[in-house]
Design a protein around this ligand. Structure first.
Ligand code: FE2
Length: 414
């Protein structure tokens, strides 16, 4: 019996010392939103609340009340839109400076959290956010320390409250760029299931499958290690059990809390390992088809897993077991061969492919085929495919895109 069949984390010696990064404090549970003030009071006195209009309307008052009760003054910046742009970030830091703030509170999901992280970078270091992007400055280009950032998370989710990553849209080129630095990891993360209940089923599905993808990719990544394996495994198991419940019954606070914890663990896993080929291919696909990030991951996930399994069969066997689709008696190769189907079943349990018509723009096959070369080039340039257990070349990625078109996109769109 192999180590994986015993369910052990597959410990391998690290080549050099590695650091595990995480928020300083995480508060989880019903009513946790009231903790944002007490957790921030020693970190600042005047907070810029970075959010969307909807976020402010739904939860802004409770956040302000908590901060106020703890003795902090607040200023609201609610101009964040989905996929925050360079202009959004620059307007945010203007607000931060003119209002003389000394800390930030992000209220919302991935977009406000990433916008707040980017505002913190500019408030702390100056310059333009594009200068810190991985394609220009590499990883860890932000020295810090930055103004303290607290997060009140309202989706489950990107896990951005636990990660080193910021995704910003460059409106000039209609592309997204990444900033990755330990200095941007928030100081405080608040996970309150009551704030997630208003999330509609479509977004519960998208964000939930995004989190599943984070956990699976972190677990199979060539960058995986003991301290990323533990949250990755826990996240896969927890999300497989509770995401379908949260999708079916959005008011189920237990299920909402479980998915919040699962996506937080998935964020911890990938920020301390990496994402891989699914995310590498999802960014260009999402941009072309105007798909929400999680939906782009979902349509790619089974096909990419099927391709990748021979690169790490023991890892994928464990993924299948953690999803509940095989047990300890199933031999590794058999369990690994079932990983793609098990992930398809999880996607189908939240009808994620059924949202393609409403949320995506799928072109005819000839047009899509023309796009595959550019998309594959962008996927490779992101660096994520290099962390995959099986590393594809340009031609292979083009073929995978076409397989996804024929297998998922065409059958599920008009
Ligand atoms: Fe993601």
């Amino acid at each position: 019996m192999s180590r994986s069949q015993l369910g052990d984390d597959q410990q391998t010696a690290t080549a050099e010392p590695r650091r595990f990064v995480a928020p300083d404090e995480v508060v989880v549970g019903r009513g946790a939103v009231t903790e944002i003030g007490p957790r921030m009071v020693d970190r600042g006195s005047r907070a810029l609340i970075v959010t969307t209009e909807g976020g402010r309307e739904r939860h802004g008052e409770r956040v302000r009340e908590s901060l106020k009760a703890a003795g902090l003054e607040t200023v609201v910046y609610d101009a964040v839109t989905p996929d925050p742009t360079v202009a959004t970030v620059e307007a945010g830091v203007d607000r931060y400076r003119t209002a003389d703030c000394d800390c930030l509170v992000a209220l919302g999901g991935g977009s406000p959290i990433d916008a707040a992280k980017a505002v913190a970078v500019l408030a702390g270091e100056g310059g333009a956010i594009r200068e810190y992007a991985t394609d220009r400055a590499g990883y860890e280009a932000v020295d810090g320390p930055l103004p303290p950032l607290g997060v009140v998370n309202t989706t489950a989710g990107t896990g951005s409250e636990a990660t080193r990553s910021i995704v910003v849209t460059d409106e000039a080129t209609a592309t997204k760029f990444l900033v990755v630095a330990t200095a941007v990891v928030p100081a405080v993360a608040v996970e309150d299931p009551e704030l997630v209940c208003s999330l509609p089923p479509s977004h519960t599905a998208f964000t939930g499958i995004d989190a599943v993808t984070h956990a699976v990719e972190a677990y199979v990544s060539t960058e995986a290690w003991a301290l990323s394996d533990a949250p990755a495994r826990a996240a896969i198991r927890r999300l497989a059990e509770w995401l379908p419940v949260a999708w079916t019954d959005g008011d189920n606070l237990g299920a909402r809390e479980a998915t919040l914890v699962g996506q937080l663990q998935a964020g911890q896993a990938f920020t301390n390992a990496s994402v891989a080929l699914v995310h590498g291919m999802a960014r260009p696909l999402g941009a072309r088809l105007k798909l929400p990030h999680g939906l782009a991951n979902a349509v790619l996930l089974p096909t990419v897993v099927d391709y990748s399994t021979p690169g790490a069969p023991e890892r994928y066997a464990e993924v299948t077991r953690l999803l509940g689709a095989a047990d300890r008696d199933t031999p590794d190769q058999d369990a690994a061969d079932q990983a793609a189907d098990a992930l398809t079943s999880l996607c189908e349990s939240v009808s994620v492919f059924g949202y393609l018509e409403e949320f995506g723009t799928v072109p005819d096959r000839a047009t899509f085929a023309e796009w595959t070369s550019g998309m594959a080039k962008d996927a490779l340039a992101s660096g994520s495919p290099a962390n995959n257990p099986r590393i594809p070349d340009q031609e292979t990625i083009e073929r995978l895109y076409l397989d996804v078109y024929d297998g998922v996109l065409a059958p599920h769109s008009a």
